[in-house]
Design a protein around this ligand. Structure first.
Ligand code: ATP
Ligand code: MG
Length: 317
């Protein structure tokens, strides 16, 4: 069964300068135990999508259309108390900068313990045992870590502690928004590996958000490529990497540094992302596209299935 089914989700920010259409009618689904990578350049709407899923879009933003079904329940119709339950027990989120997610004046152990106490009916002692078990699961069971304060941990350890915190409610869906962007490359790989491992071991569903296609491509089962608030291509990850259909996806793949073919210069995608305040009439990628024709400038292409669940939004495919 679909764990998550998003249809036609649209979220805008109503600013003094006008309506910023951050998410423009996206649809996708995610089954139990499956993982999806949501990839796109900075500003394309990945974080706003994630915040929309848990109904936490900040002012002056608002979800203006669409449905989010979680185990068949429409999250957008839930009362805020029930939504709190979903956020606490079903869907957990981890962010880029874990320092802001922790309270600086409490130890890591007590914060994970507190998270457990909030969501589960257990004694303080049990919660503390669970907290140390979770910290062990994420690889920071060293002596003393449980008593450490957030600032005493390295970036990588802090991100591991944040993962422990997210797991404290035993979620069915984990949303990780650029969880490793702030880390060194080597630590980044370790933390991603940890997240993938935990996802598989717990049979959780996961949405892994990143601007770096290279780091998620072989860690998720499905990939969705976002551009200017829309999903422009969606398919099994292997298929999308080996047979990209959208010119933007091809551009992203060509710009992944590949040490083994060092002799080739890295290719970049020419041009800049248009403003979400003032999008072109047709395809939002048309000004950067090498395949553009007159239809592309007139009509925005819709995401369509071109076979075996490979979806693409491009007139020229
Ligand atoms: N509070 C806000 N007020 C106005 N516009 C906003 C606000 N938050 C986000 N936006 C706009 O929504 C768009 C999508 O932002 P979002 O944070 O989802 O991008 P992103 O894909 O997560 O980028 P990044 O890779 O940099 O994290 C951006 O163009 C941004 O300017
Ligand atoms: Mg973001």
């Amino acid at each position: 069964m679909d764990l998550l089914k998003v249809s036609n989700l649209s979220t805008s920010f109503f600013t003094d300068a006008g309506e910023v259409k951050a998410v423009r009618g996206i649809s996708f689904f995610l089954n139990e135990g499956k993982s999806l990578g949501l990839v796109g350049e900075s500003g394309c709407g990945k974080s706003v999508t994630a915040l929309s899923l848990i109904n936490l879009v900040p002012y002056p933003g608002r979800i203006i259309a669409g449905n989010i079904f979680y185990r068949g329940k429409d999250l957008l119709q839930l009362e805020s108390k029930n939504m709190l339950d979903v956020r606490g027990k079903e869907i957990a989120m981890i962010f880029q900068e874990p320092l802001t997610a922790f309270n600086p004046v409490f130890s890591i152990g007590s914060q994970v313990q507190e998270a457990i106490l909030t969501h589960q009916k257990v004694s303080k002692k049990e919660a503390l045992n669970k907290a140390s078990k979770l910290l062990e699961d994420v690889g920071i069971s060293q002596e003393g870590v449980i008593e450490n304060y957030p600032h005493q941990l390295s970036g990588g350890m802090r991100q591991r502690a944040m993962i422990a915190m997210a797991l404290s409610c035993d979620p069915s869906l984990l949303i990780a928004d650029e969880p490793t962007t702030a880390l060194d490359v080597t630590i980044q790989a370790q933390v991603l590996e940890l997240i993938s491992e935990i996802q598989k071991k717990r049979n959780m569903s996961m949405i892994l958000i990143t601007h770096d296609l290279g780091i998620v491509a072989d860690r998720v089962e499905y990939l969705a490529i976002m551009y200017c608030g829309k999903i422009v291509e969606y398919s099994l990850a292997k298929e999308l990497i080996s047979k990209p259909l959208h010119p933007y996806t091809s551009g992203l793949i060509d710009s992944i540094p590949d040490i083994s073919r060092r002799e080739k210069p890295l290719r970049t995608i020419k041009g800049a992302v248009p403003s979400l305040l003032n999008l072109p009439k047709g395809c939002s990628f048309c000004d950067r596209c090498f395949m553009v024709d007159s239809l592309c400038r007139l009509q925005e292409p819709q995401l369509r299935d071109i076979g075996a669940g490979h979806m693409v939004a491009c007139h020229r495919v």
